[in-house]
Each structure stands twice: as structure tokens, then as C-alpha cells.
Design a protein around this ligand. Structure first.
Ligand SMILES: Cc1cc2nc3c(=O)[nH]c(=O)nc-3n(C[C@H](O)[C@H](O)[C@H](O)COP(=O)(O)O)c2cc1C
Ligand SMILES: O=C(O)C(=O)c1ccccc1
Length: 359
């Protein structure tokens, strides 16, 4: 375990073991999960010196977040299983730390309450809504409208889940759904759903690029696609006019045979050629990991499990501690690389560990 070991260990102590396994686990043999965390340790930074930059500025421009930190909260489900305040605590902490929150469609607090909690702390704090496109487009449209009305400033469509991943820990534990007393609150009152209860989130292999096109016609919000690993898909996404891509293997929870996102990022950067912002998540645990990702072409990174560990360990304060520590570490890493702005982190600063400058 890199970084945040203390939060992880505390979370493991306080969480119900079945909930802990849900948050911690990956698919199959958890190869992708392990590789995500190890991947950054295989890379190293070649710092530049004496560049004379004071007054660092960490801001980056993102769709629906014109003045953001390059560190964001990746969408993770079921926060009330980690802490009684659930996503309300996460939203307040993200707003306080100045990071964009990507709120999961499978949140245990409704999106309008999540956004309201963030905006109570900071009126302009950006919240993006993560969406699984539903086979019934009327359901998708209703979810989009809910996110718009709540005040979300972008949509993140997760495209790596035509079927649900094979979470072996959950199978062993018999964890297949939220326990009694918890619900996926965004799924209430949707077309064709039960009157008093929530509709199930459907993951469907019939979802295609056509559904993404229809989504574009449903909303004026920026649309980002999350879970792209193949450069040809990145190319298709640009052609369709999406506003950003999140390079991700879903924290190793979907296809276990995937490489670590940081390994494929340079290929995606080449394919996209700066046309749209690239984001990355998976295994980011240190400010230096953020610096490596930015140097290889990302505009920002998402953080998944460490946020959940902070939430379980100490609620809103725990999440804020995690995000602020990453921000401070990144600021320091930028300075140590001789950078003043995120754009100063360029590809020539990254080498493979044990391989020097590639001579
Ligand atoms: C417990 C858990 C729940 C998740 N739920 C969602 C989700 O609802 N929607 C989604 O797009 N990604 C989901 N993800 C994936 C994350 O957004 C992200 O891709 C991943 O966690 C990043 O890796 P990291 O945990 O190593 O930082 C989930 C991840 C975890 C660990
Ligand atoms: O657990 C997950 O990774 C995830 O993406 C998800 C999706 C739908 C419902 C709950 C979790």
C-alpha cells in the first residue's frame, strides 16, 4: 500500500468487513488493482533545476470547471456504507479542498442534496454527475434532467461497464446489493420504475456510440467518457465531439486483464493530440503520482479509494485531509521539478525507474 496507509488501516478497523471488501476489492485475481498501485513506482521524474519560478499556480481548465485543481474525487458508490453522512461529507470536503467532485450515479444521497452540500461550503464548487447510460433512453433523460436541475456542471459517462465486473470478494461475502436502510437515491421516481422504490441501475452490453450521440442531444452540459484505454476509442470519442476522456480501468474492478492507466496514457495522448482534456484515475496515491500523470499528458487525475478510506476513518475531515495532503504534495513535487504551472510538467521529465534517461 502506497501513501494513505494510515487512513486505509483505520478504515479497515472501523468498517464492516463486507463493506471493506466491497470498497477495497477488484475484479478476478485483482491483477489490475495491484498493477495500478505499483505502476507509478516504476516511473521516475527527472527534475529541472534553476528555472527561477516563484508564485506557483496549480489551476487547470476543465469542462464545467474553468479554474480547477488537477486533483478530483473519482466517482465511487455507496458512501453511507463508509460513514453515516455519506456523500454529504464527501461533497463538503471536496468543496473545502477546492477539488471537483464526480458524484456517482449509485450514491446513497440524492444528487440535489450532494450539490447543495458542496455549494453550502463554496457556492461555485463544481460537482459533475457520473452516469451509466441506461438501455431505456427515457430513464437516461430523466437522470440527466435531475443532474442539471441539481446544478451539476458536467456529465461523466462510464463506458467500461457493459456488464458488471466479477468482484470475487463480494461473491464470497454474498454482497450483491445495498443492505436494508440504504438506497441508490438517484434511482427514485424514474420512468417505468416502482412508485415508492428505486429502479435498478442497468449495465447493458447493448449500449453503443449511438447512445452517446443521443445523450449529446439531451443536454448542453459537457460530456466526458470514463473508462477508455484503447487509443482508437479515444480517437472515436474526439470524432464524436465529447468534451473529455477519463483514462481508467475502473480501479481494477471491471476487466482484470487491463494494463494500468498510466501505462497507456502516453498512447492516448498521442492519439488525441491535445484536442480535448485527458483525465486519468487508478492508483494515484501521492503528489508525485499526480505530477507523473500530468507530465504524460493528463490535465487532471481522479482519486477513488483513498477518499473512501478518509471518509470511513474520519468523515468530512478525513476526506479533506486526504485531498489537502495530495494537493500539498503535488505543489511541492511541482516546485521540486522546477515548475511553476501544471503545464510546465512535460513528457521529457518522466523516465522508467531503473532505466535512467533511456540511453
Ligand atoms: C468502491 C468503489 C466504487 C466505485 N463506484 C464507481 C461508480 O459508481 N461509477 C464509476 O464510474 N466508477 C466507480 N468506481 C471507479 C472509480 O471511479 C475509479 O475509476 C477508481 O476507483 C480509481 O482507482 P483508485 O481507487 O485506485 O483511485 C468505483 C471504485 C470503487 C473503489
Ligand atoms: O462498484 C463499482 O465499481 C461500481 O461502479 C458500481 C456501479 C453500480 C452500482 C454500484 C457500484
Amino acid at each position: 500500500m502506497n501513501g494513505f496507509a494510515e487512513q486505509h488501516d483505520r478504515a479497515k478497523e472501523v468498517l464492516d468487513p463486507v463493506a471493506y471488501d466491497y470498497f477495497a476489492g477488484g475484479a478476478g485475481d485483482e491483477r489490475a488493482l495491484a498493477d495500478n498501485e505499483n505502476s507509478f513506482a516504476r516511473l521516475a521524474l527527472l527534475p529541472r533545476v534553476l528555472r527561477g519560478g516563484a508564485n506557483r499556480d496549480l489551476a487547470v481548465r476543465l469542462p464545467g470547471a474553468p479554474d480547477a485543481l488537477p486533483i478530483m474525487v473519482a466517482p465511487t458508490a455507496f458512501h453511507r456504507l463508509a460513514h453515516p453522512e455519506g456523500e454529504l461529507a464527501t461533497a463538503r470536503a471536496a468543496a473545502a479542498a477546492g477539488t471537483v467532485l464526480i458524484s456517482s450515479m449509485a450514491s446513497t444521497v440524492a444528487i440535489d442534496e450532494v450539490v447543495a452540500a458542496a455549494h453550502q461550503v463554496r457556492a461555485e464548487a463544481p460537482v459533475w454527475f457520473q452516469l451509466y447510460l441506461q438501455p431505456d433512453q427515457q430513464v437516461t433523460a430523466a437522470l440527466v434532467e435531475r443532474a442539471e436541475r441539481a446544478g451539476c456542471s458536467a456529465l461523466v459517462v462510464t463506458v467500461d461497464s457493459p456488464v458488471f465486473g466479477r468482484h470475487e470478494r463480494d461473491r464470497r461475502n454474498g454482497f450483491h446489493d445495498l443492505p436494508d436502510g440504504y438506497a441508490a437515491e438517484n434511482m427514485r421516481g424514474l420512468p417505468g420504475g416502482p412508485a415508492e422504490d428505486t429502479r435498478d441501475i442497468e449495465m447493458s452490453p447493448e449500449i453503443s456510440w449511438r447512445h452517446v450521440e443521443s445523450l449529446r442531444a439531451m443536454t448542453r452540459l459537457p460530456v466526458l467518457l470514463k473508462g477508455i484505454l484503447h487509443p482508437d476509442d479515444a480517437h472515436l470519442a474526439v470524432g464524436l465531439g465529447v468534451d473529455g476522456i477519463i483514462v481508467s480501468n475502473h480501479g481494477g474492478r471491471q476487466l482484470d486483464a487491463t494494463p494500468a492507466p498510466i501505462e497507456v496514457l502516453p498512447h492516448i495522448t498521442n492519439a488525441v493530440g491535445g484536442a480535448i482534456p485527458l483525465l486519468l484515475d487508478g492508483g494515484v496515491r501521492r503528489g508525485t503520482d499526480v505530477a507523473v500523470a500530468l507530465a504524460l499528458g493528463a490535465t487532471a487525475v481522479g482519486v477513488g479509494r483513498p477518499v473512501v478510506w478518509g471518509l470511513a476513518a474520519d468523515g468530512e475531515k478525513g476526506v479533506r485531509d486526504v485531498l489537502e495532503r495530495l494537493r500539498d504534495e503535488f505543489d511541492q513535487a511541482l516546485a521540486l521539478c522546477g515548475g511553476r504551472r501544471c503545464g510546465d510538467l512535460t513528457r521529457d521529465l518522466v523516465v522508467r525507474r531503473g532505466f535512467g534517461g533511456g540511453w
